[in-house]
Design a protein around this ligand. Structure first.
Ligand SMILES: *Cc1c(COP(=O)(O)O)cnc(C)c1O
Length: 374
């Protein structure tokens, strides 16, 4: 009998279903025989502005050094983060995207005997990384599509090692205000680590929302994760980071791959942190785009979950899969969220005004014809 090599994989990995990314433009262009320039992708919460000029210039310059290993300590980027956020170098763990950091955290602090808590409808990477190491993932039923923080605190047992909180959450766009997060942190035992995933924090405006870095001073069991993939517009380069107590960062830095962020990515991320104008435009375009999408969806009488991120998740009904395909046929890529247990919703990322308009038009056509297109 031939060996079944898949059966040799560790149990958590064997049962894993891979993360479903948004469909790449090139792929749809091949499938439909279209020119890639005719297709818009509003599927992965990418920055519609294109890259910052400052980031681009720094990245080009860094290419000159491509035959050298990167700075494994990411000194310049860490310095820039310290300047911007008033933190210390020894609090930072850099990652190949924040996904990498989320995985490293899980491997460092949980194992097959642990429970890892996250919310229903929360970011798919949390259950994925927990399952991969054989930990028991505890999905706590959501409230109004958002995290039920009280129920999550209630779910803590003496096996709980980690709790993931996405604020704002993807794919629902829900967000908790400072008082709610603070009340939650007060209820969590000191030896349980809370990972506050702030991938969309740059889009939050207003004092009512928490800044994980303020909380860090009072809650040493907190790890704040952030990314350059969204508001900073560097998704392809893969740069994210965790900010924590130095003790936790020391552990994370032992386990992360020494060169997990490459030279080009380090240079671009360092440069973009100085591009205040780019960040402001990212926020402005997002704010205007969110309003545009909400108004358009309101006109169509569709329900959506109010979003604090750079995307909107809209209820399109039982034929969401058909509507998704119909949008693809019109050259518009959005994100199905059936894998999140939301089979009647689609998630659309905020684009430029023209892209949002094109999505709204395509959606109103698709809502009528999806059934017929089959
Ligand atoms: C996009 C996103 C991230 C960031 O992923 P990267 O690996 O940094 O690109 C992290 N958490 C959430 C909730 C996200 O939506």
């Amino acid at each position: 009998m031939a060996v079944d090599y898949q059966s040799l994989a560790v149990p958590g990995v064997r049962a894993l279903s891979p993360y479903q990314p948004g469909k790449p433009i090139e792929e749809l262009a091949r499938e439909l025989g279209l020119n890639p320039s005719e297709i818009i992708k509003l599927a992965s919460n990418e920055n519609p502005l294109g890259p910052s000029d400052k980031a681009m210039a720094a990245a080009r310059k860094a290419l000159d050094e491509m035959c050298l290993y990167p700075d494994g300590n990411g000194f310049n980027l860490k310095q820039a983060l310290c300047r911007r956020y008033g933190i210390e170098m020894d609090q930072i763990t850099l990652g190949n995207g924040s996904n990498d950091v989320l995985e490293v955290i899980t491997r460092c602090f949980a194992d097959a005997d642990s429970e890892v808590i996250y919310s229903q409808y929360a970011f798919a990477v949390y259950p994925l990384v927990a399952q991969a190491i054989g930990a028991r993932g505890i999905s706590v039923p959501a409230r109004d599509w958002g995290h039920d923080l009280d129920a999550m605190a209630d779910a803590v047992t003496d096996r709980t090692r980690l709790i993931f909180v996405a604020n704002p959450n993807n794919p629902t766009g829900t967000v908790h205000k400072s008082d709610a997060i603070e009340a939650f942190m007060k209820r969590i035992p000191e030896e349980v680590l809370v990972v506050l995933d702030e991938a969309y924090c740059e889009y939050l405006t207003g004092d009512e929302y928490p800044d994980g870095l303020d909380l860090l001073e009072r809650y040493p069991n907190l790890i704040v994760c952030r990314t350059f993939s969204k508001a900073w517009g560097l998704a392809a380069l893969r740069v994210g980071y965790a900010i924590s107590s130095p003790a936790i960062a020391d552990i994370l830095n032992r386990v992360r791959q020494p060169f997990n962020v490459d030279t080009v990515a380090l240079a671009a991320a360092t440069a973009v942190l100085d591009d205040e104008d780019y960040l402001k435009r990212s926020r402005d375009v997002n704010e205007a785009g969110l309003r545009q999408l909400e108004e358009g969806l309101d006109r169509m009488g569709l329900l959506y979950i109010p979003s604090a991120g750079n995307f909107v998740t809209v209820e399109v009904g039982e034929d969401a899969a058909g509507i998704y395909r119909s949008l693809l046929n019109r050259g518009v890529i959005v994100r199905p969220v059936a894998g999140y247990g939301m089979p009647q919703h689609l998630r659309v990322s905020v684009g430029l005004a023209s892209e949002n308009e094109r999505f709204l038009e395509a959606l109103s056509e698709a809502m009528i014809t999806a059934g017929e297109e089959g």
